[in-house]
Design a protein around this ligand. Sequence first.
Ligand SMILES: *[C@@H]1O[C@H](CO)[C@@H](O)[C@H](O)[C@H]1NC(C)=O
Ligand SMILES: *[C@@H]1O[C@H](CO)[C@@H](O)[C@H](O)[C@H]1NC(C)=O
Ligand SMILES: *[C@@H]1O[C@H](CO)[C@@H](O)[C@H](O)[C@H]1NC(C)=O
Ligand SMILES: *[C@@H]1O[C@H](CO)[C@@H](O)[C@H](O)[C@H]1NC(C)=O
Ligand SMILES: *[C@@H]1O[C@H](CO)[C@@H](O)[C@H](O)[C@H]1NC(C)=O
Ligand SMILES: *[C@@H]1O[C@H](CO)[C@@H](O)[C@H](O)[C@H]1NC(C)=O
Length: 190
Amino acid sequence: MKRTSVFTWILILSLATASAQSHYHSQHEPEEPKLTNLHFFLHEAPGGPNPTVAMIAQSNLTVDVNNSSMPFGTVYAIDDLLRVGSEPNSELIGNAQGLTVIIAGRNTRPSVLLYFDFGFTSGKFNGSSISVLSRNPTTDTERELAVVGGRGKFRRAKGFALLKVYSANATAIIAELNVTVIHYEGRSEF
Ligand SMILES: *[C@@H]1O[C@H](CO)[C@@H](O)[C@H](O)[C@H]1NC(C)=O
Ligand SMILES: *[C@@H]1O[C@H](CO)[C@@H](O)[C@H](O)[C@H]1NC(C)=O
Ligand SMILES: *[C@@H]1O[C@H](CO)[C@@H](O)[C@H](O)[C@H]1NC(C)=O
Ligand SMILES: *[C@@H]1O[C@H](CO)[C@@H](O)[C@H](O)[C@H]1NC(C)=O
Ligand SMILES: *[C@@H]1O[C@H](CO)[C@@H](O)[C@H](O)[C@H]1NC(C)=O
Ligand SMILES: *[C@@H]1O[C@H](CO)[C@@H](O)[C@H](O)[C@H]1NC(C)=O
């Protein structure tokens, strides 16, 4: 009796091992993609008592003779707020965390390489985020940024973000964003 059950266990274990070894993949019909439009405002504080931008490093090769606010070869950490509206007390829906590298060639218009993770903290997309990795021509008041990926409900997101500066001064930059993404709401098999 005891012997039988031991043999049974050995058989079950070896079958399980064999199946684990031979089934290292599975395939499914692809999930239908979703198209989502988002509209919100980015609130950045470049200065003031609670700045959302901090300089990490600056190249010593760039001599900043004119005290430019965007010296070439500078890296900043960013932790901006995402709100439903342009008013500073408008509903908070997430944050934009990332970094920006000032790429202002001496012979070209000032430009910025931007990495942003737009993370949402309310509603359907709470816990999900969109990754932007793009050139950001800051001298243009209207810009297009590339969306290269996402997490959670934004898995495999691809698309673009249209950004328009709504207002800007030394302590507050407010920008309007329309983000259009094609994404998959995230089946767990991936
Ligand atoms: C920049 O830093 C490097 C490494 O410390 C040093 O060798 C170089 O002389 C510095 N250049 C300037 C312009 O200060
Ligand atoms: C740049 O800033 C420094 C320190 O604030 C100041 O002493 C200098 O005069 C400024 N230079 C110019 C060209 O504005
Ligand atoms: C600094 O500003 C002056 C006056 O606006 C300009 O002529 C000069 O080209 C600037 N220098 C640099 C390195 O940007
Ligand atoms: C968002 O998700 C977090 C973590 O699951 C939860 O603690 C929080 O209450 C949620 N917020 C909203 C507004 O749903
Ligand atoms: C976003 O879309 C709205 C509605 O279509 C439009 O009024 C607004 O100008 C757009 N803003 C940007 C930055 O594209
Ligand atoms: C800067 O802009 C913000 C948002 O529009 C405003 O609340 C603030 O009073 C402005 N600050 C200055 C110094 O103009």
